[in-house]
Design a binder for this molecule. Structure first.
Ligand SMILES: *Cc1c(COP(=O)(O)O)cnc(C)c1O
Length: 358
């Protein structure tokens, strides 16, 4: 068996240890005689998995008492809609930062449900970037300020989070648990699981509990955060296997050492950007001060060369380097579980490709 180097943006590479644990437990989870997939979500075996997943996230992100950790189906996209439904009061305005493709999707849902003020707009800038503090025009008494910490498609990452009096809500889908973040600065953090935390199937929501009380009565029960808080994310049958995998992935982060993973992320990205900067053949697409440590986006002199590199890299076991279809180019997604040797392999491949085609 040969595992490739998987640079896919999401679903993405998972830690081999977590996959092996799942494999070993697939037919008989800890002597229950069944897979965790086949267990009752209210039974003892699954309940322990559920609680450990929540506890691991709490511990790894140092989440204060007054926040809930929730698993909500529908991924991050469901949160785009639930946020305005739950938090935008009658006649209120919500501030949104437009930093790119994902922010735009959140904004669209906000506009469907209420007044939206675009507090800053660099969503179409090239090179791609994030807004800086003095660009922000915030609404007094805003329901919240929404931002996107890492634009997965453009490869731009927020290095400093905006200051606001309103609750700060952040889509951290592609960089959650990849670096140190002070959770107490946020009203809510959310992420689709399938980039840094596990397989697809659930959105992780970290919510300051008092905010859930703002939800209008007439919002459907399953779409209210308070429902998921009250039900400990088991209002309905939760995606048990996805949450089990998140438990294994977070257990792996603890075993490796959270801070080791965080510093390794900076090193991995640094090595790749150094290779890009050290050549006239490759060109980064994000402004250097906003370059993402998770999604490294770059271009070659021509689209033909880009296609050739992607094809040859794929044949060499370096898979998933094609940029998002909306922007083209190349993208190397190097999340927590992506091994450092894979970055070295890509750098060596890029040098060789340039020598042959540059
Ligand atoms: C992938 C992604 C999403 C969408 O996640 P889904 O779980 O597919 O809904 C939203 N925001 C960002 C920043 C992403 O990278």
């Amino acid at each position: 068996m040969a595992r490739c180097y998987n640079f896919s943006a999401g679903p993405a590479v998972l830690p081999v240890d977590a996959l092996k644990d799942a494999q070993a437990q697939l037919l008989d989870y800890e002597g229950t005689g069944m897979s965790i997939m086949e267990s009752s979500h209210r039974g003892k075996a699954y309940s322990e998995v559920h609680e450990e997943a929540i506890l691991n996230i709490r511990e790894l992100m140092e989440i204060p008492e007054e926040y809930s950790v929730l698993f909500v189906q529908g991924g991050a996209s469901m949160q785009f809609a639930m946020i305005p439904m739950n938090f935008m009061g009658e006649g209120q305005t919500a501030d949104y930062i437009n930093s790119g493709a994902w922010a735009k999707k959140a904004i669209k849902e906000g506009k469907n449900l209420g007044n939206v003020n675009i507090a800053a707009d660099c969503g179409s800038d090239i090179p791609t970037r994030m807004p800086v503090a003095d660009e922000l025009s915030l609404t007094e008494g805003a329901a919240y300020l929404h931002c996107t910490s890492n634009e997965t498609i453009s490869g731009a990452q927020m290095k400093v989070f905006p200051a606001t009096d309103a609750p700060l809500i952040c889509d951290m889908s592609s960089d959650i648990l990849s670096r140190k973040v002070d959770v107490s600065k946020f009203g809510m953090i959310y992420a689709g699981a399938q980039k840094n935390l596990g397989p697809a199937g659930v959105g992780i929501v970290i919510l300051r509990k008092d905010l859930a009380e703002r939800c209008p009565e007439n919002v459907p029960t399953i779409l209210k955060y308070s429902t998921h808080i009250d039900g400990n994310s088991m209002f309905n049958t939760c995606p048990c296997f996805t949450i089990y995998m998140i438990m294994l992935v977070t257990r792996w982060i603890k075993k490796e050492g959270r801070d080791n993973i965080f510093s390794q992320n900076v090193e991995k990205a640094g090595r790749l950007y150094a290779a890009i900067d050290g050549s006239d053949f490759y060109r980064g697409t994000a402004l250097p001060e906003f370059r993402s440590d998770m999604n490294v986006t770059f271009r070659l002199p021509t689209e033909e060369l880009e296609a050739l590199l992607i094809k040859e890299a794929d044949a060499a076991g370096l898979k998933g380097l094609k940029g998002h279809r909306s922007v083209g180019g190349l993208r190397a997604s190097i999340y927590n579980a992506f091994p450092p040797e894979g970055v070295d392999a890509l750098v060596a491949f890029m040098k060789d490709f340039e020598a042959r085609n540059g």
